[in-house]
Design a protein around this ligand. Structure first.
Ligand SMILES: Nc1nc2c(ncn2[C@@H]2O[C@H](COP(=O)(O)OP(=O)(O)OP(=O)(O)O)[C@@H](O)[C@H]2O)c(=O)[nH]1
Ligand SMILES: [Mg+2]
Length: 270
């Protein structure tokens, strides 16, 4: 259950990579079969508050475990958050292609249903694990911990986590990532940082995507960026087009600066 909107996480499925499972005692084992978990919560008042606190406390603990795991492998882990359709998967595919084979990239894909996005990532040459959250509207640290253990992390420099498309609930759930990257498409309207401030406050970087469409829209990009900075003055902002590759030189340089080991970047459109 999401502590903010009360949505249910009745059935979570993780597909791809090796099969691993965390047990109640904290042990992690490989299994030959998948699991599904049913929960029902009919909490009200104090009980509901207690459940919410327990969920967030548990998530906090598991996020710290993920962070320690990522640190032990010197992983740069980025949690991509946005509303549905802002272009996260397209951005990731183009980024993986632009980085080439010199960087070990793996992706954890979060969606309510389907493995469409993981399939797109695998087609670009990177490893991907798909997490289907069922009715859940966000990834949590437990899902990401289980999914990460299906990936050969020794070969990974850069871990992308594509969260479920939703500008609200994913803001509340730390996954153990190095940074949140919020993607906003120019088709969504420049007021989104004010309407969904939590997400913009918690992100390190804002990627304003689909700038190839600007000539066809009335989107005021300077105003959007000013509103984002009003919410989070430290937010870094880059303008990109996952379709044309515009802005990718700066985006790839930002990524390279965060990696634990130096890489040589191929030329990309500035
Ligand atoms: N014109 C234009 N279209 C884009 C760009 N990036 C993505 N798209 C299109 O936007 C649509 C949604 O892209 P996705 O990459 O699936 O978006 P997403 O954020 O991964 O979507 P969900 O996973 O469903 O939340 C697709 O039709 C893409 O081709 C861009 O830079 N410019
Ligand atoms: Mg996607």
């Amino acid at each position: 259950m999401c502590s903010h909107c009360g949505c249910g996480t009745d059935e979570v499925r993780i597909e791809g990579g090796e099969l691993w499972h965390r047990h109640a005692d904290g042990a992690v084992h490989a299994h030959e079969h998948g699991h599904s978990h049913a929960h029902s919560h009919q909490a009200d008042g104090a009980r509901r508050l207690q459940v919410e606190q327990d969920i967030l406390a548990k998530n906090h603990r598991l996020a710290a475990e993920n962070r320690a795991l990522f640190a032990s492998r010197a992983l740069f882990a980025l949690n991509f958050v946005s509303s549905p359709g802002s272009g996260k998967t397209t951005l990731l595919v183009r980024t993986i292609e632009a980085l080439g084979r010199g960087v070990g990239v793996a992706v954890i894909e979060g969606d309510q249903q389907t493995s469409l996005d993981a399939d797109r990532i695998r087609a670009s040459g990177a490893r991907a694990v798909q997490v289907n959250t069922g009715a859940g509207c966000h990834l949590d640290a437990q899902m990401v911990g289980l999914a990460a253990r299906r990936l050969a992390l020794d070969e990974v420099d850069l871990l992308f986590i594509e969260n479920v498309g939703n500008l609200v609930c994913p803001a509340a759930f730390d996954l153990g990532e190095t940074h949140k990257v919020v993607v906003l498409s120019v088709t969504e309207g420049e007021d989104k940082p004010l309407k969904y401030p939590d997400m913009f406050r918690r992100a390190r970087l804002l990627l304003v995507n689909k700038i190839d469409l600007l000539p066809h829209l009335e989107f005021d990009i300077e105003r959007c960026e000013a509103l984002a900075h009003r919410v989070n003055p430290a937010l870094e902002i880059l303008r990109v087009s996952a379709r044309t590759g515009e802005g990718f030189a700066a985006w790839l340089a930002w990524l390279a600066a965060g990696l634990a080991r130096p890489i040589v970047l191929a030329q990309a459109r500035s």
